[in-house]
Design a protein around this ligand. Structure first.
Ligand code: GRF
Length: 184
């Protein structure tokens, strides 16, 4: 099976996924795409000798992603820290084949503008006793598609947003590659 990853930033999840499928006969990360030319995730792609490309928002809206992913015969599109809204055209071409990971227990702490440290700061501010990760299908709205998998972790009163981020990242690395594998 062929996996495509779309990411905007650091790409530590992308790296975990690449490593998980490295040498696997089941699946392979075929390409990595980013809306940021200087995203570190592209550096990681280079290091792993995985083809990659960047695109602008308008190229995306004009269909660059569906064009390249259809050409490559991609089976699953994985959003790993991608910050733009996926165009309807791509969703229509890949029904139930686009998934996202969100660093909280949706429907809590989701939606437009809720990403990265902002999520963990909000969790802290609200005094939540737990947080976690949500892996879900992507639909036309932010953080709204059907949930595939959730896992929670305890938040201590003494945890800073950075501590929470670390706990959540650990869950992401532990489960995201496995959940992807189970979907393929
Ligand atoms: C992750 O926390 C993920 O849940 C969110 O964006 C972050 C990406 O981190 N959607 P990284 O780029 O994989 O390091």
């Amino acid at each position: 099976k062929k996996i495509a990853i779309i990411a905007s930033g650091n790409g530590s999840n992308a790296e975990e996924i690449i490593n998980h499928f490295d040498g696997s006969t089941k699946a392979k990360v075929l390409t990595i795409a980013s809306n940021k030319t200087d995203a570190y995730v592209l550096e990681r792609a280079k290091n792993h000798e995985i083809p990659f490309f960047s695109f602008t928002k308008s190229e995306m809206e004009e269909g660059i992603l569906e064009k390249s992913f259809l050409e490559l015969g991609i089976d699953l599109i994985v959003l790993a820290g991608f910050l733009l809204k996926i165009p309807d055209g791509l969703i229509k071409k890949f029904p139930n084949r686009i998934i996202n990971i969100h660093p909280a227990l949706l429907p809590k702490f989701g939606g437009k503008g809720m990403y990265g440290m902002r999520v963990h700061e909000a969790v802290k501010e609200k005094g939540e006793k737990e947080t976690g990760i949500t892996i879900h299908y992507v639909n036309e709205k932010y953080d709204d598609g059907r949930v595939i998998f959730q896992e929670s972790v305890t938040v201590l009163d003494t945890d800073t947003p950075e501590d929470i981020a670390n706990k959540v990242h650990a869950l992401e690395y532990k489960y995201f590659p496995k959940v992807i594998e189970s979907l393929l």
